[in-house]
Design a protein around this ligand. Structure first.
Ligand SMILES: CC(C)(COP(=O)(O)OP(=O)(O)OC[C@H]1O[C@@H](n2cnc3c(N)ncnc32)[C@H](O)[C@@H]1OP(=O)(O)O)[C@@H](O)C(=O)NCCC(=O)NCCSC(=O)c1cc(O)c2ccccc2c1O
Length: 169
């Protein structure tokens, strides 16, 4: 189950579970290092969704978007075909125009990889730094309290209706 606060290793973190498929592995049979960036990207997207933030709605409503500004990852142990990974996501810092995410990949209680991903908010026309819109900023500060999107179809639109740029409560 994907959920908030389900990880024994990081009880304060949002958890997104991902199965390792053959396409994720290299000729040594372990997950290729760059694929952890994709796992972390998916988990961040779901973290934002659980905060009530849709990246598409954000861009359409405010003309801003998030881009990856920096990555600093360490790899501690390999993941293999069919493993279930727990990707944990928590926010380390929220600036005016950037957010530092602390993300880790765990398997059966063992830390496999982790580090910090800095995401910057930019104006999508100029691609220059832009302040995070206030409603999105507020939603990020509250965090993912909407609950897990378990009821969403895996490859389709959310079943509970379109998400807005930021939660309204
Ligand atoms: C991202 C950059 C435009 C940042 O520019 P710069 O490097 O100059 O800025 P800093 O990061 O050093 O400093 C930010 C800092 O500036 C302040 N600030 C400046 N102007 C403003 C302003 N107008 N309003 C508010 N604040 C401003 C502010 O104080 C900031 O400090 P804080 O700490 O308070 O935040 C630039 O670095 C750049 O263009 N980098 C390249 C980006 C890139 O190409 N990334 C890879 C491809 S994008 C990508 O992979 C990607 C990932 C996703 O997750 C996506 C998700 C959804 C849609 C698309 C995605 C996507 O494309």
């Amino acid at each position: 189950m994907n959920s908030i606060a389900q990880s024994a290793a990081r009880p304060d973190a949002f958890v997104w579970r991902i199965r390792v498929y053959f396409e994720d592995t290299d000729m040594g049979g372990i997950v290729f290092y760059a694929n952890y960036l994709k796992y972390f990207e998916r988990a961040r997207t779901e973290w934002l969704r659980a905060c009530g933030v849709s990246q598409r709605a954000l861009t359409e409503a405010s003309g801003t978007m998030f881009v990856v500004r920096g990555t600093a990852l360490d790899y501690h142990a390999p993941a293999r075909l069919d493993d279930w990974l727990e990707i944990t996501t928590r926010v380390g810092r929220i600036g005016r125009a950037s957010v530092d995410f602390e993300q880790q990949a765990w398997c059966e209680g063992k830390l496999l990889a982790g580090g910090t991903i800095r995401v910057g908010c930019v104006d999508r026309t100029t691609m220059k730094p832009a302040a995070i819109p206030s409603d999105t900023f507020a939603a990020l500060n509250v965090g993912p309290s909407m609950g897990p999107p378990d009821d969403d179809p895996p490859d389709g639109e959310p079943s509970r209706g379109p998400l807005v740029a930021a939660r309204q409560d």
